[in-house]
Design a protein around this ligand. Structure first.
Ligand SMILES: Cc1cc2nc3c(=O)[nH]c(=O)nc-3n(C[C@H](O)[C@H](O)[C@H](O)COP(=O)(O)O)c2cc1C
Length: 352
């Protein structure tokens, strides 16, 4: 049976992006031969009555999702289920295909169990990805679709990129995510302003009944982040995903000077911003927490702070799909320890 600890030393000998490509190749084979992956689903996919919840008309069998950026093109949706994730967020995808930034653009900080990436929205573009989604949707686990603007699209035309993507993709998504928080598209984070957000959500709400989330960066002051999210929800956002990667390079000993950091070094910053947002918005909208989650205790902390769902990416690289299994099994124990029969009773428990 597949064991990540045995595989990891070999994978870590490869350039990070080549290791990702190899993993992607294996996971894509799940599309062609699903029975091969049944043992993996049996081992890693944890479902339990206490972990199950209904959100926006879909059943989430467990609350641990694959964060955006792992499956930018929607080619590994079956494989993500096999790794145990209760839902997956594909993208970020853009209207036109784009190559992303020149390589190298992905680095490991092994001692710090962190990753630095400057990918720059490399993706196959709307046309190809929408065909893929059309063939697979609705899927057994919920699918989020994370969207962004093309690098060559000016700030003035950015709104059009987002509305084009929402219009074309909302039939094949359980929820959509507006990404204006990646550090790797020049000027993108400048769209994290109230004027743009008002226009965007006004148009988004006219285009779709599906939930539309805003994903935010961790590199704002607490006040700015809260004000922006409160404004987004008042403008029609159905939820907030906090956070994307950080550009605080002082967090690692040997940083590159581009890209964003994720993993262990992001954990406390991500929690701090999430917690501030939850203080203002818990009970008023749906919150998803992401950033440095690698243990059941950390996932539970986010849930008790107000997260209905959590996501991870970097801990999958360092610990393999065992991390998803470990978090879900750990959550079952933590919920039971605290006398909860359902995760819904624990969501926001620390807010009251
Ligand atoms: C290699 C890589 C690529 C990413 N690409 C995207 C992306 O395209 N869109 C996005 O919203 N977030 C992207 N992210 C950010 C993750 O979705 C997540 O917000 C962040 O990594 C923090 O979670 P983690 O510490 O569990 O990795 C990327 C992260 C990594 C490591």
């Amino acid at each position: 049976m597949f064991n990540y600890e045995t595989l990891k030393p070999w994978l870590f000998k490869l350039q990070p992006e080549n290791a990702h490509a190899l993993g992607a190749l294996v996971l894509r084979s799940a599309n062609y031969c699903p029975p091969l992956f049944n043992p993996m689903i049996g081992k890693y996919f944890i479902s339990h009555p206490s972990l199950t919840q209904e959100l926006f008309g879909r059943t989430f069998l467990n609350p641990v999702g694959m964060a955006a950026g792992f499956d930018k093109n929607g080619t590994m949706i079956e494989g993500t289920l096999a790794m145990g994730f209760g839902f997956t967020e594909i993208g970020t995808l853009t209207p036109k295909p784009q190559e992303g930034n020149p390589r190298p653009r992905l680095w490991r900080h092994i001692e710090e169990e962190s990753i630095q990436n400057a990918m720059g929205f490399n993706n196959d573009g709307l046309f190809r990805i929408s065909h893929r989604l059309k063939n697979i949707y609705p899927f057994s686990t919920p699918i989020g679709v994370n969207i962004g603007k093309n690098k060559t699209t000016s700030e003035e035309n950015a709104l059009k990129d987002y509305t084009t993507l929402i219009k074309a993709l909302h039939p094949y998504a359980d929820y959509m995510v507006i990404n204006i928080s990646s550090p790797n598209t020049p000027g993108l984070r400048d769209l994290q302003n109230e004027t743009f957000i008002s226009q965007l959500f006004a148009e988004a709400k006219a285009l779709t009944d599906k939930p539309v989330f805003l994903k935010i960066a961790p590199d704002m002051s607490e006040d700015q982040a809260v004000a922006l999210c409160v404004h987004a929800v008042a403008s029609g956002a159905d939820g907030i995903i906090a956070t994307n990667t950080t550009v605080d390079y002082s967090l690692v000993s040997e940083p590159e000077e581009i890209g964003g950091l994720s993993g262990e070094v992001l954990r406390e910053r991500s929690f701090y911003i999430f917690d501030a947002i939850a203080r203002a918005l818990y009970g008023k909208t749906t919150l998803i927490s992401v950033g440095g989650i690698s243990t059941p205790e950390e996932a539970y902390r986010r849930i008790r702070a107000g997260a209905s769902l959590v996501q991870l990416y970097t801990s999958l690289i360092f610990k393999g799909p065992e991390v998803v299994e470990e978090i879900n099994n750990g959550l079952i124990d933590l919920l039971s320890r605290d006398g909860y029969t359902s995760i819904t009773e624990a969501i926001g428990a620390d807010r009251v």
